[in-house]
Design a protein around this ligand. Structure first.
Ligand code: AQP
Length: 333
């Protein structure tokens, strides 16, 4: 049986992008595989997080994941900083990964922006921690959005170099699972930029805790062009916003993009946005209601996360102990 690992940062309220690109695909996996889903708070602080907000967002993320259908009976749901193996293995990987590899990571370039000198060292070595997250469990299957593909390739490079340098056939090969029709959901304000929970503009994204009116308003104000919707996929050329909105409707209804264009091609964006807003509200409202209910009982949420951390620890602890032995660290006992 494959072991699945995936993570999400509590760096804000999860967005429709996180949902369609990741969370929604995690739910069926817990029935088929041994699955670990991790709230990666150590990744979140690579960009400064206000402490009280980080704490609240961590619980909010746990509530959202449960509301989306993850079940502690079926998967291991936990917080990254609760399991020391992540930080320990990340340090070893900092010493395996090469600067040249990290210099090629496009997410660092995007997130660091123009002033790279001011970015945290943590943001730069983020992919090494991500490799540690996965390999601390020897997970072989990693469901992520399309934006994380490059990091997974790097994780495989690290695993191979470790195996080679230490002459150990230790880490397995990781298979990325890029799933979903809308593997990358784009910003509602700019169809060339991905939808992100930490984007400065709240109008750029649908948050999973947005109420019906907020969703309708955001879709109404989403950037479009003045042409009607195309009637085939070739008509998306040079129209990233049209492509994005059609992609979202397809993903949320389970329809193909061609099917959406057959139904709506030639129409103006006004009526199309009404249909899209209705579909989003119908899909997301039950998740929001359940998330708010779960958040009312913080001790129960914390207890579920604690149990998850114990289960995660039981898998990762022995693997990282073995890594330390391979590296030549003197055993503590
Ligand atoms: N726009 C997106 N479309 C599809 N998938 C997406 N994911 C993120 N944004 C999109 C997927 O969500 C999972 C969790 O992501 P993350 O929280 O670890 O970090 P991220 O990719 O950096 O997501 P954000 O929302 O952009 O967070 P911030 O703003 O904090 O950087 C991943 O599997 C990712 O592919």
């Amino acid at each position: 049986m494959q072991r699945v690992f995936s993570g999400i940062q509590p760096s804000g309220v999860p967005t429709l992008g996180n949902y369609l690109g990741a969370i929604r695909n995690w739910v069926p996996m817990q029935d088929q595989h041994e699955s670990l889903f991790c709230i990666v708070d150590m990744h979140a602080i690579t960009v400064f997080q206000e402490p009280a907000q980080l704490l609240a967002q961590t619980r909010e993320m746990a509530a959202t994941l449960l509301a989306c259908g993850l079940s502690p009976e079926k998967c291991i749901l936990f917080v990254q900083s609760h399991v020391p193996a992540h930080a320990e293995l990340a340090w070893i990987f900092n010493c395996v990964a090469r600067m040249g590899w990290l210099n090629r990571m496009t997410q660092f370039k995007d997130k660091a922006g123009k002033d790279r000198e001011a970015a945290s060292a943590g943001l730069y070595v983020y992919p090494n921690l991500m490799a540690a997250d996965i390999l601390a469990y020897k997970a072989t299957s990693v469901p992520v959005g399309d934006d994380q593909k490059q990091h997974l390739e790097l994780a495989n490079d690290i695993a191979q170099k470790f195996n080679h340098d230490y002459q150990a056939d230790f880490f397995p090969r990781i298979e990325p699972h890029i799933l979903g029709v809308a593997a990358r959901v784009m910003s509602l304000r700019d169809g060339t930029k991905k939808m992100s929970k930490s984007d400065a503009s709240d109008q750029s994204r649908i948050n999973l805790n947005d109420d019906a009116d907020t969703i309708r308003n955001k879709i109404k104000r989403a950037k479009t062009d003045t042409e009607p919707l195309p009637d085939n996929m070739l008509g998306f050329e040079g129209r990233p916003e049209a492509r994005n909105l059609v992609g979202i409707l397809a993903a949320i209804t389970g329809e193909t993009q061609e099917g959406v264009l057959r139904a709506h091609g030639g129409k103006g964006f006004g009526p199309f946005k009404e249909v899209l807003a209705d579909a989003l509200i119908a899909h997301l409202e039950p998740i929001r209601t359940e998330m708010l209910r779960l958040l009312e009982d913080a001790p129960a949420l914390d207890a579920a996360l604690r149990r998850g951390a114990e289960q995660a620890d039981a898998i990762a602890g022995p693997i990282v102990t073995e890594v330390k032995r391979i590296v030549g660290f003197l055993p503590r006992k």
